[in-house]
Design a protein around this ligand. Structure first.
Ligand code: MN
Length: 227
């Protein structure tokens, strides 16, 4: 078997509720999937086609620590539903899309909002705002066999005990099966792919020393220190 010319990177993975790990292949994130968040970002919340950006698989971080990234002074929290796929394909029909979901978890899409805003204004890609090192704090992924499919339930994040975002999964403009079907028309989805499902209103800044507690009903909570 041919050998690698440099040491291969570790397989990115996130923990599951059983202690085994879920290997991550790709990370797709939907933008503006809650109407009240679209409005707070200055956009029309009507149901236009969804759009996605990507984080890197190794941005997902279960450590409970979020190191404040460089070259920004406006890092925002976005609490999101994490959807972990056990299989994929192309042109997946809506009525079988949920069959591809292995489980669900709590995630934060930490965002250098100042750099994202500058990129938007310049018509440039969002990665510099969205894909910073360890910018995706996550909790354990819970299998569908334990928690079922999540169509409703409170989703929230507090910072130092003060509620910042407080919504319900039933406010998602594009539902989980729709996101899977849509993505699979443009990309080949596969086992290990992860989707972050968008964030409710109330995004805002954190600073070093803050503690975030992100919760989704049925999936528990994660505590993340900004260091
Ligand atoms: Mn987001």
């Amino acid at each position: 078997m041919p050998t690698f010319v440099i040491p291969a990177a570790d397989q990115p993975a996130v923990p599951t509720s059983s202690g085994e790990r879920f290997p991550v292949r790709r990370v797709y994130c939907i933008g503006r999937n809650f109407a009240d968040h679209a409005v707070e970002m200055g956009h029309d919340p009507t149901r236009e086609a969804p759009f996605f950006f990507q984080k890197n698989p190794d941005n997902l971080d279960p450590s409970g620590q979020f190191p404040y990234p460089p070259h920004t002074d406006n890092v925002h929290h976005e609490v999101e539903l994490l959807i972990a796929l056990k299989s994929g394909g192309t042109d997946i029909p809506l009525d079988t899309a949920l069959d591809h979901v292995w489980g669900y978890g709590v995630a934060l899409d930490m965002t250098r909002r100042d750099l994202q805003g500058a990129a938007k204004k310049a018509g440039r890609p969002w990665e510099i705002g969205k894909a910073a090192e360890r910018s995706g704090p996550v909790g354990p992924v819970y299998p569908v066999s334990d928690v079922g499919h999540l169509e409703a339930g409170r989703i929230s994040v507090s910072v130092n005990g003060e509620m910042r975002q407080d919504g319900d999964l039933n406010q998602m403009i594009w539902k989980v099966p729709e996101m899977i079907a849509y993505l699979s028309a443009y990309f080949e989805l596969a086992a290990g792919d992860v989707i972050l499902g968008g964030t409710p209103a109330g995004v805002g800044p954190v600073v070093r020393g803050d503690t975030m507690v992100a919760r989704i009903e049925g999936l528990g909570e994660i505590t993340v220190d900004v260091t």
